[in-house]
Design a protein around this ligand. Sequence first.
Ligand code: ZN
Length: 275
Amino acid sequence: MNFILGSAAPENENKRHYFFLFQKNNLLVKKLYKAFAVLTSDDLSHLQHTFANKFYIGSLDGYPCYAARFPEDEVIPDNMEFVGLRQLYEKLDEIMLQAAFRAVQIVAWDETHRFCGVCGEATEKKSDEHAKVCPKCGHTSYPRLSPAVIVAVTKGDKLLLASSKNFTTGMYSVLAGFVEAGETLEECVKREIREEAGIEVTNVKYFGSQPWPFPNSFMLAFTAEHERGEIKIDDNEIADARWFGIDEIPNIPSIPGSLSISRRLIDWFIEKYRK
Ligand SMILES: [Zn+2]
């Protein structure tokens, strides 16, 4: 399966298409035995609602994909249900989930950019790209992404894991934080680790990235090595931070699930230092 991202809807609207429909961050899916499927236009043909305010997000194996809100008062058929995106991992094809991540961000962006941020006039949708234009002052806004770094810091054969005050109790992960205006990614990595764990790092290397639509983060993952200093946690954000040897890394549910890039970083460390 292949998802090709796009913004301008195809000419022929009548072709069979996929529909990513949301209530809050929950996607409407068809129930299958032990799995779920994304809805197609055929599944929705009997509904009264026409989804006039829909967004083209790309194509899956050549079929157009649209995203929209599902009205609160519309009844859903028995063979469908709303499921949170995190719960869909391993129950929905990974490419479908990638498309759903894009869909939910576009729908949320539409709802939070109804009015011009400069003059307050109601905005209008552009047809050829995902943008909202103000008819009064011409201000244009685009879907917002918030870049954040996430870092696996090693010291010899140990990995730095921390328990955030925002996490479920007892959950440990690698450190992360949002990129500030005017900062390079490398500077951000060094600052976040310094602020949250009190140590200096070196040898910062890019690892990978992941869109994380909760609500609009874009995760940029790095590895780094301890350079100097002892762990001294930021009490406002971090409950505990320690060096973990390969045999001391906690198991699920005390580390993030395999959907997240934080878990991919932890798995990278385990793979590298497995004896
Ligand atoms: Zn305006």
